[in-house]
Design a protein around this ligand. Structure first.
Ligand SMILES: [Fe+2]
Length: 320
């Protein structure tokens, strides 16, 4: 049986409920939830993440995360250990091979640009993307906290990949439902070396991943393993080709699909403040940093949550 977005939520029967992120707005009683846009994202209030969370509160945080795909908490002055403890509610913390680690915390990464450093974002990260799709089990999500941010700018923008897929024509859905993508992270380091020093990304210097773990094939349409909701899982970062397609054919279709994610009505945008903590889904949501600032420091630290192996439409229907 296939499950469509309209029949996922049994409580969605009431026609007078607000639709946000493509589904009827759930009810929240224990936490404050303020949607950021109609497409994705919500600010959560009334929660101190330094304290243990009651099961009721935690259930609502998880519901908000599933519904909005990105949830934002303000004024969360956490220690790295508190950051990790909160992260583990969403899943196991995992390492990734390329992002530099944060201080002595091998299980945390940092995104840092010093005030004197130039903008050095490679083009594929200037587009909406998911992190590390080349891994067999790409990250489920990211928990990121701001230590230092520019006065203005340096936001992170998000694009809801469920909505991108749901707006495709039935014929295009049928085409992409069948597609598989080769994603590869094998060339991250050699490509970086080719750039002039001032343009290079700050990369992790060593890691324990084998070469063959850095390339994998995933479905172009990703299915939520429980709800069956489908999302486009095709974007330029680390993309090599569609399986069975030439490189030219692959690029032409990919460019079209990637362009859809740029439409503003799929987006929300989060302004960082010091001690803002964001949890975002890396499976059904695309993200990108907005590098519109200069001469100011931006320092974000994160944990990465281990994800499941992506399943496509045919895997999901076979599992039913
Ligand atoms: Fe990213």
């Amino acid at each position: 049986m296939s499950v469509s977005a309209s029949n996922i939520d049994a409580s969605a029967s009431s026609a007078d409920r607000t639709i946000v992120a493509g589904l009827p707005m759930p009810e929240f009683r224990k936490i404050g939830v303020e949607p950021i846009s109609g497409a994705c994202g919500a600010e959560i209030s009334g929660v101190d993440l330094r304290q243990p969370l009651s099961p009721d509160v935690l259930d609502e945080i998880m519901l908000a995360f599933e519904h909005f795909l990105v949830i934002v908490f303000r004024d969360q002055d956490l220690t790295p250990e508190q950051h990790k403890t909160f992260s583990r509610h969403f899943g196991e913390i995992t390492e990734i091979p390329q992002a530099p680690t944060y201080g002595d915390h091998r299980d945390m990464q940092e995104v840092r640009r010093e005030a004197h450093e130039p903008e050095n974002v490679v083009p594929s990260f200037e587009s909406f993307h998911t992190d590390s799709p080349f891994l067999l089990q790409p990250p489920l999500g990211i928990v990121m906290r701001a230590l230092a941010v520019p006065k203005f700018g340096g936001d992170t923008a998000f694009s809801n990949a469920y909505l991108v897929y749901e707006d495709l024509s039935d014929s295009m859905k049928a085409l992409v439902d069948e597609l598989q993508i080769v994603y590869s992270g094998k060339h991250i380091w050699s490509n970086n070396e080719k750039l002039p020093p001032e343009k290079r990304l700050r990369l992790r210097e060593s890691h324990d991943f084998r070469e063959d773990e850095l390339e994998n094939i995933h479905p172009a349409v990703r299915v939520h393993p429980r709800t069956g909701r489908r999302a486009l899982f095709a974007n330029t970062a680390y993309f090599q080709r569609f399986v069975g397609w030439t490189e030219d054919e692959s690029r032409a279709l990919l460019n079209y699909l990637q362009s859809l994610a740029q439409r503003l009505h799929y987006h929300c945008r989060v302004k960082w403040k010091k001690d803002t903590l964001i949890v975002w889904d890396n499976r059904f949501l695309l993200h990108r940093g907005v590098h519109d600032f200069k001469y100011e420091r931006r320092h974000l630290i994160r944990t990465t949550l281990k994800g499941e192996r992506p399943i496509g439409p045919s895997d999901f229907s076979q599992a039913k």
